[in-house]
Design a protein around this ligand. Structure first.
Ligand code: ZN
Ligand code: ZN
Length: 257
């Protein structure tokens, strides 16, 4: 006899657990929908098959450090891109992203970030867990979402990165720290800048309030999009100077190039 730990209900001829029973009721009232086109889905998954084919997931081959996709054939597992070969002093151990940031993923991420589609976090966190496999395999102690400046948090009412971190924490069993790092500088949105101006905009924007929580920890920093990586790098710099052992970046999407 199999060991059954939760109450079991018999619906038709099928025994189902309490959790599945409640999920069944919720799915009947509020069926899961494709987050892109709104079509009702059979299973909770996030995208219908048509939309799934339109989204570009970041897949191998990519740079083993920064995760930049290689568009030509390369051999071996430990390939580095030109930037990572040249620049040995980057402030991160590995960077990974689920999607390429393009005209398909952009509206999904903008809706999640600015237009209250907070329910996307479940699907996105599932993708983050898959994209971050190399990072999780290498070992992680703490998840930290990139903090917003408090004035922006008041205006926007939620931090999209914190929602992702919370859900990823549930999936991975790794603790999330929401309060040890702060963005003390009120930076302008990075989208207004390019190149080195992006770096100047976020320079010294972050500080660690409670170094004791950071010291000796292997940390994953969570953000929605990685463009040049300036924001993530500045935050990593603050964490490393407070004694973090390593910092990895995990984002829903990345800008290619
Ligand atoms: Zn769809
Ligand atoms: Zn690289």
């Amino acid at each position: 006899m199999p060991k059954i730990s939760s109450p079991v209900y018999i619906i038709g001829n099928k025994p189902i657990s309490m959790t599945n029973f409640l999920t069944g009721i919720i799915n009947t009232i509020l069926p899961p929908r494709c987050i892109k086109c709104g079509k009702i889905l059979e299973e909770v998954d996030g995208l219908c098959s048509d939309c799934f084919n339109e989204v570009t997931f970041v897949t191998k081959p990519y740079c083993s450090k920064c995760g930049m996709p290689f568009h030509e054939e390369v051999s071996g597992n430990k390939m580095l891109c030109g930037t990572c070969v040249k620049n040995k002093n980057q402030h991160f151990r590995m960077a990974r992203s689920s999607l390429e940031y393009d005209e398909v993923s952009k509206p999904l991420i903008l809706s999640f970030k600015f237009y209250d589609r907070t329910e996307y976090n479940k699907v996105f966190a599932k993708w983050l867990k898959l994209a971050g496999k190399d990072i999780f395999d290498a070992g992680v102690d703490l998840i930290i979402p990139i903090p917003l400046h408090y004035t922006r948090l008041l205006k926007r009412r939620y931090n999209q990165s914190a929602l992702l971190a919370k859900e990823l924490s549930k999936l991975s069993g790794i603790k999330t720290d929401y309060g040890s790092v702060v963005r003390h500088k009120r930076t302008k949105p990075q989208v207004q800048f390019s190149g080195s101006a992006r770096h100047r905009n976020v320079k010294d924007a972050f500080s660690v309030k409670r170094p004791i929580n950071i010291k000796g920890k292997r940390i994953i920093l969570i953000d929605d999009v990685m463009t040049t990586g300036s924001t993530l790098s500045e935050c990593a710099k603050a964490l490393l100077s407070s004694g973090a052992l390593s910092v990895d970046f995990l984002t829903i999407a990345r800008v290619d190039g």
